[in-house]
Structures are given as C-alpha cells and as structure tokens.
Ligand binder design. Structure first.
Ligand code: GRF
Length: 225
C-alpha cells in the first residue's frame, strides 16, 4: 500500500549512482519521509540503473540521443515525471544541461549536488581545478537548480582539507563521503517543508540562507539521525 503522506522523489542519474544509493538507504531507514518512486537515466549503461532495480525501484532510460533537441528531451522527462506525480526531483550525477522546459515546471522542487565549494568551479573537473589553483580546501554544495548552470542558490555545503600529494581521485574520494551525508539532509529540509525557493533566494525556516548555504558541521548529522 502506498503511504500518501510520504513525498515522492525522482532521482536523475547518468552514472554509478552512489548519491542515489544514499537516498534509497535514507528512505529505507525512514530518515526521510519520502519514497524514491522513479530513477531516470539518460545513459542506458549507467550502473546506477541496476542498483536501483536491485532495490525494487522503477527505472527508466530516456536516452538524450533519441531526441533532436535538448527541449524535446527535457519535455519527455517532464512527461514521465508528471505521470509519476513527483514532489521533488534530485539530480545525482546527471550529466545533461537542463533547459527551462524542464527547470520551470520543477522550479523550487529541483535540487542538485555539485562537487565544489560554489560559487567556485561551476562546470566540470572541479577537483583538478581546486588542486591546480593551490586551494587548501575543497568540498561539495547542494543547491537549488535554476536556468543558470550550477548557479542556483546554495543550500548546504561541506568542506574537506586538501592534503599534500592529493590527486583528483583522492580528493573526489574524500568529498564523496560528505556528499552522501549532506544531500539527504538538504532534501529532508525540503520534504519537511522547511526549505523553499523564493524570488529573493532560498529560505530555511523562513530565514534567508547565507550566500554559500549552510555550512555542514557534524552536529547537523543529527538533523538526519
Ligand atoms: C558526484 O560527485 C556529484 O557531486 C556529481 O557527480 C557525481 C555523481 O556521483 N554531480 P554518483 O553517480 O552519485 O556516484
């Protein structure tokens, strides 16, 4: 039987789906008052699709190569998500740039995770760029999605130190641990009705968020026990 009080999540992936897995596990542990009702991948070979199927979740591949334009691809995804009556869309390593065709219908209900301390390093190769710049720390940001690529209001951010001898891979391995911690927390704020996107920016409990989002500290983990 479906529990109608639970938020309906859809997760969009393109690859391995470790953040998706974090959501599946957080829902299974009832840390989120939500269920993952659909996982969509644009990539038919995404390993995350198999992980989702193993968890008994509906999956669907909408291959961007089957569409003549970004808008047509986005429209097909909107139709599939509408069929599923989705409350919140989680982008988790979804490697396609979305157009307003997708972003508008889900405005305020669309979150992304980006592996940098936004506003630093929008786009790709974030860890290498942090290393090349000689930064002493790196991190990850959950943010609302707006038409500006990686430019929507930050919600929650976690930092890690950059160690001597770090490579892009070693840094990514340190950051991904934080990704799995903070993404469900930010989603939980939304699911619980505490987090909203307004024309003035993101609000948490009615208060404007700091420009870089809330800074994660271990105590915040209790938000998502
Ligand atoms: C993560 O590093 C995320 O921040 C970025 O893409 C990667 C996806 O990893 N947007 P996974 O597929 O969730 O394991």
């Amino acid at each position: 039987m479906t529990d109608t009080s639970r938020s309906r999540l859809a997760i969009l992936i393109s690859g391995r789906g470790s953040n998706m897995q974090a959501f599946i596990e957080a829902c299974a542990r009832h840390e989120l008052n939500a269920e993952v009702c659909l996982v969509i991948s644009n990539n038919p070979d995404a390993p995350g699709l198999e992980r989702a199927r193993e968890a008994g979740i509906d999956t669907c591949c909408i291959n961007h190569r089957d569409f003549s334009s970004r808008g047509a691809f986005d429209q097909a995804m909107v139709a599939r998500l509408d069929d599923c009556r989705v409350d919140l869309v989680i982008l988790a390593g979804f490697m396609r740039i979305l157009t307003p065709v997708f972003i508008k219908p889900f405005a305020g209900r669309l979150l992304n995770i980006h592996p940098s301390l936004l506003p630093l390093y929008r786009g790709l190769n974030t860890h290498q760029r942090a290393l090349d710049a000689g930064d002493s720390e790196a991190g990850v940001t959950v943010h609302f999605v707006t038409p500006e690529l990686d430019g929507g209001p930050p919600v929650l951010q976690a930092r890690v130190p950059i160690m001597p001898g770090d490579t892009s891979d070693s840094l990514a391995a340190r950051v991904i641990v934080k990704e799995h911690l903070i993404y469900p927390i930010a989603a939980r704020w939304h699911i619980d009705g505490r987090l909203r996107l307004t024309p003035q920016g993101a609000l948490l409990d009615g208060e404007p968020l700091p420009p870089n989002g809330v800074q994660y500290v271990p105590d915040l983990a209790r938000e998502c026990p």
